[in-house]
Design a protein around this ligand. Structure first.
Ligand code: PLP
Length: 340
């Protein structure tokens, strides 16, 4: 069995999570009568102190639904150049929302209030797209899993309020940030108009993401989800995993962070490692010298039984997760020394 550090999406349900899934009460969610889906959505809304939530198959769908509802054709979305919504969602902003993007260069993917203020177009200038939405990502995947301070987000919220912009959070790994900062989901619920969280990443579910926001907003998102073919039926079996994860898998994210830092220590002495990004949560990104292509290095890792992904021409990413154990960590250390 290879040690799979490609992503925190690769986890399998634990026996207890599977048991919760097997015993879920289900109904037809298109008719709105799957009790477990409804319970998950209510639980998530309550957790963030927001009005409503929508259970969806992926974080791409929850982000894209949010962008679609917040914008109109010809709008502009302000985000960092490293954002998942821009880089990894199949051009969805153009495809689904017929909208433009204003890309900013933040600190490892984290943009600030002053930058955003400067990026807002004059609403009376017909040359410019209409600035409508700011989207933040926390933790920031391409920035190596770094996270925002809530105070920075509150300053951004103020700019958005002054300029009538909506504020969305791609919180695929928000709980990884929250266990580090000890901030609460409730504080985040007050700052954002909409929040997307992934259950299928560090929280260890097989499938699923949640979009959280106001009742009216979620009602519109539900309509677009249906039009995208995302209306699902006895999804309660999957929602049961989500409820289980929110109850049992948040605090343990700290273990993933500890193991990620341990990997950082293992990489430090290796001659082929030029730079390691600061390790703040469960993501480890490191740079190889110009003489080694990341694709070649990842192939060599695979020969040693380690699965990883390239994250640039000379960048490699490891992500720790629920199925990555201390025993595997020990094995990893031995294997890493023999890659080159
Ligand atoms: C994984 C991820 C998503 C959503 O991905 P899906 O595979 O569509 O669930 C969104 N944003 C970030 C930052 C992610 O890492």
């Amino acid at each position: 069995m290879p040690i799979d550090l490609r992503s925190d999406t690769v986890t399998k349900p634990t026996p207890s999570m599977l048991e919760a899934m097997f015993s879920a009460a289900v109904g037809d969610d298109v008719f709105g009568d799957d009790p477990t889906v409804n319970a998950l959505q209510e639980k998530a809304a309550r957790l963030f102190g927001m009005e409503a939530a929508l259970f969806c198959p992926s974080g791409t769908m929850t982000n894209q639904l949010a962008i679609r509802v917040h914008t109109q054709p010809g709008s502009e979305v302000i985000c960092d150049t490293l954002s998942h919504i821009y880089l990894y969602e199949g051009g969805g902003i153009a495809l689904n929302a017929l909208s433009s993007v204003k890309l900013l260069t933040g600190d490892r993917g984290r943009i600030n209030a002053a930058q955003i203020k400067d990026a807002i177009n004059n609403p009376d200038d017909v040359h410019a797209p209409v600035s409508r939405l700011v989207s933040l990502e926390n933790t920031m995947n391409k920035g190596g899993g770094c996270y925002y301070d809530l105070s920075a987000i509150e300053a951004i919220k103020e700019v958005c309020t002054q300029h009538s912009l909506a504020l969305h959070l791609d919180g695929a790994r928000l709980f990884n940030a929250l266990v580090e900062t000890n901030e609460s989901p409730f504080d985040y619920g007050q700052a954002f108009d909409s929040i997307s969280i992934c259950l299928s990443k560090g929280l260890g579910c097989p499938v699923g993401s949640l979009l959280i926001g106001k009742t009216d907003f979620i009602k519109k998102a539900r309509r677009f989800r249906k039009a995208m073919g995302g209306g699902w039926r006895q999804a309660g079996y999957l929602a049961a995993a989500g409820i289980y994860a929110l109850d049992h898998h948040i605090q343990r994210l700290r273990d993933d962070h500890t193991r990620a830092k341990a990997i950082g220590h293992m990489l430090q002495p290796l001659p082929e490692v030029e730079e390691i990004y600061p390790i703040d949560t469960n993501i480890v990104i490191f740079r190889l010298p110009d003489s080694i292509l990341a694709t070649d290095y990842v192939a060599k890792l695979a020969q040693k039984g380690i699965a990883a992904v390239t994250f640039g021409k000379h960048l490699v990413r490891f992500v720790t997760h629920l199925d990555f154990t201390d025993m595997q960590l020990e094995e990893l250390e031995k294997s890493l020394k023999k890659v080159i």
